[in-house]
Design a protein around this ligand. Structure first.
Ligand code: ATP
Ligand code: MG
Length: 322
């Protein structure tokens, strides 16, 4: 008589650690495999491998493989600002890349329907998301980040015709896409405090929010408005980031302050919120970003500023984990 142990011996050694149980009766081998952390393709490949290895045993007429997985504890973190053009998208892309390089599974949702920028920033402008059943499958950026953008769903120049419900529907498709083992979903919000922001806050309950501002007073007033929106929605504020502080002259390295410096840190203190760090205004950031090469992916000063902020976000995620 064939024992389960004989069946088990057929399982390739690299697969064996994932096999939780083996039963065998009347020619039918029933196995349970743990596919936690694998995406759908990898899980299917694993199943296939078990089926053919076990099915090769002469006593086996049928192989049944049940796949189980721990539910991924996925958290949503939004990056917002009151004002446009302060560097939300740049920060989001660089945080994503830095955290991915630190070994986390990161996805980015570009929720800005009028000015989607993540495909360019993450060097995935030519990749189009596919669909599996009813679900969108995110594209892979060469920087190790998965990505979906409103811009990938809308023909260029057509966004302006979208009505509120369409926007909400598209947003839901991005958020509920097949994110696989992604544990952190960073959402690049459009500027201001409009429909998209409200939908995300109410429907998707982010774990936390990061607010970006430049150091000028006007931008700070807008940032305070964004903070208020998050607070009202009871989304914890992870902290404030100062962007475009102190211009680094590309020729002589001298630092000047077109917008002042330190205003955001002072504002964070006054508002009782954490300050996550400062990113200098630098030509290198703009050029690298436009070329789909986030500074966080390379060595050098601007990259370090982003990586330091990403480390604070990482610490926040670990601390907030229950
Ligand atoms: N620290 C920086 N130094 C130099 N240029 C920067 C810096 N941060 C952002 N930029 C540039 O400023 C422009 C606006 O940045 P970004 O698109 O990230 O802002 P945003 O807040 O997402 O804008 P929007 O409100 O339009 O979505 C981009 O061209 C970007 O490359
Ligand atoms: Mg943007």
């Amino acid at each position: 008589m064939t024992e389960p142990a004989e069946i088990e011996a057929r399982i390739p050694p690299h697969v064996a650690p994932r096999v939780r149980s083996v039963r065998f009766a009347d020619g039918v081998a029933t196995l349970v495999a743990d596919v936690s952390g694998l995406d759908r393709d990898a899980a299917a490949a694993l199943q296939q491998e078990i089926e053919s290895a076990v099915g090769a045993h002469p006593a086996v007429t049928e192989v049944r493989v049940a796949l189980m997985a721990d539910k991924v504890n996925r958290r949503i973190v939004v990056v917002g600002s009151g004002k446009g053009g302060v560097g939300k998208s740049t920060l989001t892309a660089n945080l994503a890349v830095a955290l991915a390089q630190a070994g986390r599974k990161v996805g980015v949702v570009d929720a800005d329907i009028y000015g989607p920028s993540q495909p360019m920033l993450l060097d995935a402008a030519n990749a189009k998301p596919t669909a599996r059943g009813q679900q969108l499958v995110p594209v892979e950026s060469p920087h190790g980040v998965r990505l979906l953008s409103m811009g990938q769903l809308v023909a260029p120049g057509k966004a302006i015709a979208w009505r509120g419900p369409m926007t909400g529907g598209a947003l839901g498709q991005l958020m509920d896409a097949e994110w696989g083992d992604v544990e952190l979903l960073l959402v690049d919000l459009p500027p201001g405090t409009g429909d998209v922001q409200l939908t995300i806050l109410q429907k998707f309950k982010p774990a936390g929010a990061i607010v970006v501002s430049t150091p000028q007073d006007l931008a700070l007033i807008d940032a305070t408005r964004a903070l208020d929106l998050f607070r009202q929605a009871q989304v914890p504020i992870i902290g404030l980031v100062e962007n475009m502080a102190g211009y680094v002259c590309p020729h002589c390295g001298e630092i000047s302050d077109p917008f002042g410096e330190g205003g955001v840190e002072a504002a964070a203190r006054a508002l009782g919120e954490p300050f996550l760090g400062r990113i200098p205004l630098s030509l290198a950031v703009r050029i690298a970003s436009d070329a789909g090469q986030p500074p966080a992916a390379a060595d050098g000063a601007p990259g370090e500023a982003f990586i330091a902020i990403a480390a604070r976000l990482g610490a926040w995620l670990d601390g907030a984990r229950d």
